[in-house]
Design a protein around this ligand. Structure first.
Ligand code: UDP
Length: 238
């Protein structure tokens, strides 16, 4: 499905934690900055986005505190929709057309997830934001980013991280000798026990040859650069 004259198409995974700026809810300054960075790159690339929901709820955490896991996961998914709407708003303010597609039907606020329509939006230069995860409990938004990337034929998954700018030989916050790995195969990352994304997301990308670039959201300009294809952080490939 990749043709030579096609625009670069990326799947950008943003964590909910980033949206909250460290607290519960949405920090408008952070989201508007992200929106402006995406806006600066839409001329040259087609951009799909999956947003997490960790700034609202994480199902696993709520279930540890006594809630039914599946119900807590649905709360988590609903949180991602709020983040998706916030991003849509700031994209609009930055002059970029966007559509939110939700994996859980809520026709008043978002389109339903329809992959072919999502591709059409991308071809028209619209940013497509996928909300509500996969619509399935026990999944993460990292996994959804991998699955959606495959389904819309993205060239690369871009995993934007807070507080770390790629994959390291060891935890850089604990080991002063840890060094950044610029390129690694999925297999080597597995063998060396390097945590990149959760295992379901990892194996989907590995099994289907979807490359993944893990990079830091800081400093400002990194999101734009990653979308444009600059070689930031770590490339994980087959
Ligand atoms: N979630 C889910 N199914 C999905 C995607 C997300 O159940 O397909 C729930 C899950 O409870 C998760 C929460 O939504 O903890 C928020 O997503 P995630 O933790 O991936 O967000 P991030 O860590 O990226 O902010």
């Amino acid at each position: 499905p990749q043709t030579v004259d096609r625009k670069r198409r990326v799947m950008l995974k943003l964590s909910g934690e980033a949206f909250g700026g460290g607290t519960l809810g949405v920090n408008p300054d952070v989201v508007s900055q992200i929106a402006r960075e995406i806006a600066a790159a839409v001329e040259t690339s087609e951009v799909a986005v999956v947003v997490g929901g960790g700034n609202f709820f994480r199902g696993a955490e709520l279930s540890q505190r006594g809630m039914d896991r599946a119900r807590a996961d649905y709360m988590g998914m609903l949180g991602t929709v709020m983040n998706a709407l916030a991003l849509q708003d700031f994209l609009e303010q930055a002059g970029v057309d966007s559509r939110v597609q939700s994996a859980i039907t809520m026709t008043q606020v978002a389109e339903t997830y329809i992959p072919l329509r999502a591709i059409r939006h991308l071809e028209k230069g619209r940013v497509v934001i996928f909300g509500a995860g996969a619509g399935l409990p026990y999944f993460s938004t990292d996994t959804v980013a991998a699955q959606r990337a495959l389904e819309i034929h993205a060239d690369e998954v871009l995993v934007a991280k807070n507080g770390v700018d790629g994959v390291y030989t060891a935890d850089p916050h604990k080991d002063p000798n840890a060094t950044l790995i610029e390129q690694i195969t999925y297999n080597d990352a597995l063998v060396r026990g390097l945590k990149v994304v959760d295992s379901t997301s990892f194996s989907l990308c590995m099994d289907n040859g979807m490359p993944m670039r893990v990079f830091g959201m800081e400093p400002a300009g990194n999101v734009t650069a990653a979308i444009r294809g600059e070689k930031l952080g770590t490339l994980v490939h087959r």
